[in-house]
Design a protein around this ligand. Sequence first.
Ligand code: DGY
Length: 422
Amino acid sequence: MTASVEAARVILRDNDRGGYTVPTAGLYPYQWNWDAAFIAMGWITFDEPRAWREIDRLLEGQWADGMVPHVIFHQPNDTYFPGPAVWRTRHQPATTGITQPALLATAARKCWQVAGDRALAEDRVSAIYPKLLAWHRWWVSARDPEGRGLVGILHPWESGMDNSPAWDAAFARVSPTPTTPIRRTDTGHVDAAMRPSDDFYKRVIALIDLYASLDWDPPRLWQKTPFKVADLAVNAILHRANRDLLALAERFGSAADRTEITERLAVTAAGIDRLWNDRAGIYFPFDLISREPIEVAISAGFLPVWAGVADAARVKAMAATLERWRTKVSYLVPSTSPEDPRFEPKRYWRGPAWAMFNMLIGEGFAESGASDIAARIKSDTADLIAKAGFHEYFDPVTGDGCGGGHFSFTASTALSWGLLGE
Ligand code: DGY
């Protein structure tokens, strides 16, 4: 099918399961957290009530402590592992026990800005705003209890960049000895060469077993976990989301909320600032257990530009880094540096380019005035979709579509970023 606006809309309609949109049938049959944020930004371009419904349905899964889970298991399904019986969270509706990058406030603000039905938008954001604030407060209390200005993730899936080589060393501390038997379904849907390894899955499930044994209690998880890193996708997206939440707080919040968010922004800007590496021309994540930088260049290292915390010299240095990467691949932005020996162009988060991630990086450079690299990222993304279709991710060397097809956040990105003709 040609990559047109109508083709992208068809994907969202096909993947609609009654107010929430699955990323793609079979491989991911539930509602995912950051997918829902990208997807709402897609729906808002042609069906405003449906965009607000996507956000409401995600927030049905919010926990009493404010956490918004990474997956909401709205309906039973047997095409996915690990399902609710593995997570054992006892939450209703059933959910996983971890979270994902906090893009939702940014999506809510974007939808609020562009919505034509002002009465509906006001009504929905006034209901959503306190829930977003509760989630952002959870990040501070549960994931930055020592007040570093950087939140920690306790599971690689929380980064959104699941099997990134950036987590290899930290994840090696997790013993590959789960008590839950592994019953992978993903490799029945997608070529195993494009998915994480079996060893990765053993550790992923072992961490879930550990956290279930701790009853998903945030302080105990924080204390007992063998995996704790400050990831740049999570920290930069949360910083940007706090800026967007602050804008919503002007209309829907109190003066005290605005002071709280403003103070947190100052603390997190300083936290992200410490992750800059001048020699590499990119930000590096940080291992909160070894207390050392993780010197692996991944696409998340460019996201501080989107967060708005990188000064002009750093924006220029990151643009130069990307120009150098572009000499080794045909399409930006590979998720791992193509200069890194661990770069694998077809394997999930170890090398492929992701359209929705490109939108964040591209918008960041555009907003910072680095228009050449911003335009390059945007045209590369449009070319990938035109060549291969709405895939989950793309080989940045050949342009081949990889992972799941008919993919909701790729279609949504194409709609909201204006990559398509009618
Ligand atoms: C997976 O690969 O199943 C993870 O849940 C992604 O978030």
